[in-house]
Write a protein that binds this ligand. Sequence first.
Ligand code: ATP
Ligand code: MG
Length: 651
Amino acid sequence: MSVGANIESLMHENRTFAPAASFTAKAHISSQEQYERMYRKSIDHPQEFWAEMAGDLTWLTPYSHVLDDSKPPFFKWFTGGKINIAQNCLDRHVDAGRGDKPAILWEGEPGDAKTLTYRELLTEVSRLANALKSHGVQRGDRVAIYMPMIPEAAVAMLACARIGAVHTVIFGGFAAESLADRMNDAQAVALITADGGWRRGKIVELKANADAALAKAPCVQRCIVVKRTGQDITMRPGRDVWYDDFVSGSSEHCPPAALDSEQMLFILYTSGTTGKPKGVVHTTAGYLLGAYMTCKYVFDLRKEDIYWCTADIGWVTGHTYMVYGPLACGASVVMYEGAPNQPDMDRFWSIIEKYRVSVFYTAPTAIRAFVKWGDQFPQRHDLSSLRLLGTVGEPINPEAWMWYHRVIGGEKCPIVDTWWQTETGSIMCTPLPGITPGKPGSCAIPFFGVDLAVVDRDGQEVAADTGGYLVIRKPVPSMLRTVYGDDERFKKQYYSDIPPYYFTGDGARRDKDGYFWVMGRVDDVVNVAGHRLGTMEVESALVAHSKVAEAAVVGRPDELKGQALCAFVTVKAGIPTDDALKQELKAWVAKEIGAIARPDEVRFTETLPKTRSGKIMRRLLRDIAAGKQAVGDTSTLEDYSVLAKLREDQE
Ligand code: ATP
Ligand code: MG
């Protein structure tokens, strides 16, 4: 990671949007004073604070110590305690008389649908857990999950959690090679997959990919296959078994295993925006506490809520905010299998209307696509059930935020712009919806227990509105424990740049009101004539132009300036891309945020290279801007043809 001089900030976004008094009145955190009191306690007396919070969870054996910090950065939380996540997500609600409440409201892409109540979900999880046990899967064994977005995906995760097996979910859009790499890295003993899944009206051939991956991953002894699409697949006798046969005859009762607080819960590989993905390890109690608390306070989640997070279970957002957090809170969770533009570009809005979704959580990449498609699609539907909106994954450009606020939220829903990472397990920086006035593009204030700061390379906090490095200075229960099988890489990657702090890899500034503004990744910072600029601010200036849908800015070598700014721009539907517009955009940026940020070059492109989780991969654009063939890891790239197209456009 490149930790150099400080980063300059040019953006000045001054709009604020206060939460409605009616929202505040009912919110879990309903006054600034309440937040400050809790936040202060969480920083000044963390052990007392976390102990109090952990009292909301169901424990099988009480813990003896809140935090063991004797070997930093290998922190251990709630040692001596025994707990089970599946029990906290399921049995707890069934035992309290809420067994008939929908836990999962699922809709397939072709329009088929299914509801699982908390009781039914518990039964399914218990059957699979028993079947896994009876086939020799033991506590600590790794189980790979490569699934479409169907209820069995959540069942598989919870079944592993119930018996203490470690799940590693691999996004269903990955090809065989990536699946094999991850299964080998984790040394998985079993794979749970499906014959296929639906995406944009086509079948994704999951089992065929799995077959190719299994040929290269001899560690996997058993492959359990859910029948989803019903197309022809090959089943290898002795290794492959249909899910229904696998669970048939197994008991519906499976006592939750009493697991150590620090029992490994899952391994998950990061998105790969900045390089080769890392196998992030999360453990049981601290992770659950983070998932539960953030759902309660950030989404203000209640048992009455119909909650929908559009992330795939292959990403950490799908783990924490589609499965563990909302189920621990007892909400009803909407799960959708397919693409947002199938059969038409209003599919998400039709789902919100149909299920009366109250809390909706999605990503900036999706919001930018909706803006590009046009307002007529959401306008076809009644979105009045929504009471809170969220976003995660990348910095959100202020104009995209404004659109989300206006067109989706009807100007009445607070937006929580949540900053966090696969590594942090749960949200670290966010508005609290009842009290924090929203500022478009800012992820606002640190969550409880998070000692977040913007520092210089020596770890000194920088002045307000000065760019620097975003670090976390105190241990937090939901943080990663290590990189799987590589403690050294863990220390080097996260704790060696600005010791002894956890360095996030992101650049940020904090404004005079204490709000954090993520300026992009430190690796993407551009050095123009001695000025170090984050990419986000220039991109947001471009996106604020009425003709622009999306933009990515990178540096390319320049003899005079060190680096020149190269902007890759996607325009809205029907806008002609000519030289006049290039000049207009350059002048626009100079006027919006300053001459220093004026792009030296504007290139129009229909699509930007993104990770499979939808994040812009600037490292690939850097190579293209410099005229190089793309180097580095492209295994997480969503669409290889984008690179070829970008190179063609260059000629
Ligand atoms: P890799 O670490 O492999 O490069 P990645 O960082 O994209 O991949 P994730 O853990 O999925 O993997 O993403 C976390 C990163 O996403 C953060 O470090 C930050 O750069 C960005 N991010 C997430 N949420 C926000 C947000 N609300 N505002 C700004 N940036 C965000
Ligand atoms: Mg990262």
